[in-house]
Design a protein around this ligand. Structure first.
Ligand code: NDP
Ligand code: 8X3
Length: 248
């Protein structure tokens, strides 16, 4: 099950796992994109696809959709908590409260709502693997990153807690912390301003969504007794949230 499968990492993850024969639950808010992806995944043949059109911020919707999963879809082996966003890039004294609320509601509360609904299904089977998509922004705060950094810091912390809480249930938890990856991320952050979004990756051979999908597939393919707990992935031209080597 992949949240936020309508774009970027989530879509690439769904495509890669489908190519490897996994049945996939895809989710997101944009129904037309879910429908198109469902068609594309089914064209690979031999797999089943279930589209769930919901907003991770709506706890009642999340709980009801998971509770009402058809029996054959309740055995979720892998959950990728990927749905998330950055909204805005401004100092703490000028940031928009609405942007802050959206990031906290999606990146932290949404991830919790989905996990709270899916984890019991894994616990019941004494098996499962949860991937939480954090960010290097959660490992180091950067100027103007404030609330986005804090939400991803929470994802890092929650990943550690989940791993402890689910230890007795044989459930793997992997925290992925990517650096700059060219998806729709910056377009969303800058409210649809394409020019501004492009400047983020100027002179950088940025990560692609496929790079992240490859790493997740690798982690998911390891022997049953092996868990990669944390994975920090950056472009070669990026050493940290502060240091990058742009070719201009
Ligand atoms: P995209 O904007 O390309 O994709 C984001 C996905 O999240 C979309 O499918 C979107 O679907 C979904 N989403 C957003 N809000 C909600 C919501 N309320 N309910 C359900 N789904 C939602 O960005 P990325 O693929 O780059 O981002 C994926 C994750 O990776 C995010 O958590 C992001 O913070 C993280 N990340 C990204 C990095 C980057 O540089 N790109 C680096 C590090 C981490 P829809 O709008 O249809 O609901
Ligand atoms: C996205 C990476 O550096 O733009 O999480 O915050 S960064």
């Amino acid at each position: 099950m992949v949240t936020g499968a309508t774009a970027g990492f989530g879509k690439a993850i769904a495509m890669l796992f489908a190519k490897h024969g996994y049945n996939i639950i895809i989710s997101g808010r944009r129904k037309e994109r879910l429908d198109a992806l469902e068609k594309e995944l089914l064209s690979f043949g031999k797999i089943k696809v279930l589209s769930l059109n919901f907003d991770v911020r709506k706890q009642d919707e999340v709980a009801s959709v998971i509770q009402n999963l058809p029996a054959e879809w309740k055995a979720i082996d892998i959950l990728v908590n990927n749905a998330g966003l950055a909204a805005g890039l401004g100092h703490i004294d000028t940031g928009l409260i609405d942007d802050w609320d959206r990031m906290i509601d999606t990146n932290v509360k949404g991830l919790l709502y989905v996990t709270r609904a899916v984890a019991p299904l894994m616990v019941a089977r004494n098996s499962g693997h949860i991937f939480n998509i954090g960010s290097i922004a959660g490992l180091e705060a950067y100027e103007n990153g404030n609330v986005y950094c804090a939400t991803k810091s929470a994802v890092n912390s929650l990943s550690k807690s989940m791993r402890i809480d689910l230890l007795k249930n044989n459930i793997k938890v992997t925290h992925i912390a990517p650096g700059m990856a060219e998806t729709e991320f910056s377009l969303v952050r800058f409210n649809g301003d394409d020019e501004k979004a492009k400047t983020v990756y100027k002179g950088i051979d940025a990560l692609t969504a496929d790079d992240i999908a490859d790493a997740i597939y690798y982690c998911a393919s390891l022997p049953a007794h092996v868990c990669i707990n944390d994975l920090v992935i950056t472009p070669v031209q990026q050493a940290s949230a502060y240091y990058s080597n742009r070719k201009v």
